[in-house]
Design a protein around this ligand. Structure first.
Ligand code: 5RP
Length: 231
């Protein structure tokens, strides 16, 4: 990742933190963009510009970072609604539909996003795409039990699918102990139809299509920062 892209990610994430007000419950996203929002919230809490924030982390990685920053966290049973969640995305289409899960945190990310009044997606402009699936494979989280049957099912839907691996060649396991199948569908003609097929298959725990969920998209690019809101 270039320094410039990192700067754009930081700009988008920090702009989104302007939506956070004292007293809010805030969903803390996962990834190299969302982490800048978590750090900024930690900073604003430390210098007293924000007070009484409670975070809910979308992954163990984010949980660890938030603890280091001194952000108070909700327990995992998510007992109250979330005011605003700030998270990244791998691909964003013109209807604000998303592919997420590049970091493998899609399950918790979707749970937290669905519990949020406002779901703010932050990204640099490279994430914009006319059709989901053009630039990024769709992550599908599956139970380890009988996972090969999910692989065959995904292939029957037209995907080239492979099990995500760690750098050392071992299988990547999500925070919930499941596998990720990265699925190359090419540009996805009908994300709603695909989401319905994936959602009705036993053994598929969750998929990375986040449809009709983003309320705001903050995009940082060469020409500045754009705040796009739902249609
Ligand atoms: C993690 C995600 C991330 O939000 C997504 O992969 C974007 O990551 P980054 O900000 O590092 O580009 O969905 O599961």
């Amino acid at each position: 990742m270039s320094d410039q892209q990192t700067q754009l990610k930081q700009q988008a994430a920090e702009r989104a933190v302007e939506f956070v007000q004292s007293g809010m419950v805030v969903g803390l996203g996962t990834g190299s963009t969302a982490i800048f929002a978590t750090r900024r919230i930690g900073q604003l809490l430390a210098d007293g510009q924000l007070k009484d924030i409670i975070g809910i982390a979308t992954s163990r990685r984010t949980d660890e970072e938030a603890r280091k920053l001194g952000i108070p966290l909700l327990p995992d049973d998510l007992p109250q609604p979330v005011d605003v969640t700030i998270d990244g995305a791998d691909e964003i289409d013109p209807d604000f539909h998303l592919i997420k899960g590049g970091g493998g945190a899609l399950l918790r990310e979707k749970i937290v996003a669905q519990a949020s009044s406002r779901f703010v997606v932050v990204a640099d402009e490279s994430k914009l795409s006319d059709k989901l699936g053009t630039n990024f494979r769709l992550p599908v989280e599956v139970l380890e039990f009988a996972w090969r049957s999910q692989l065959q099912f995904l292939e029957s839907l037209g995907a080239k699918a492979e099990v995500r691996q760690n750098a050392d060649g071992s299988r990547f396991l999500t925070d919930s102990g499941n596998l990720i199948l990265d699925c190359d569908f090419g540009p996805i003609a009908d994300p709603l139809e695909l989401a319905a097929s994936l959602g009705s298959r036993a053994g598929i725990v969750e998929h990375g299509l986040f449809l009709y969920m983003a309320t705001d998209v903050i995009i940082a690019g060469q020409d500045g920062i754009r705040h796009l809101t739902g249609k």
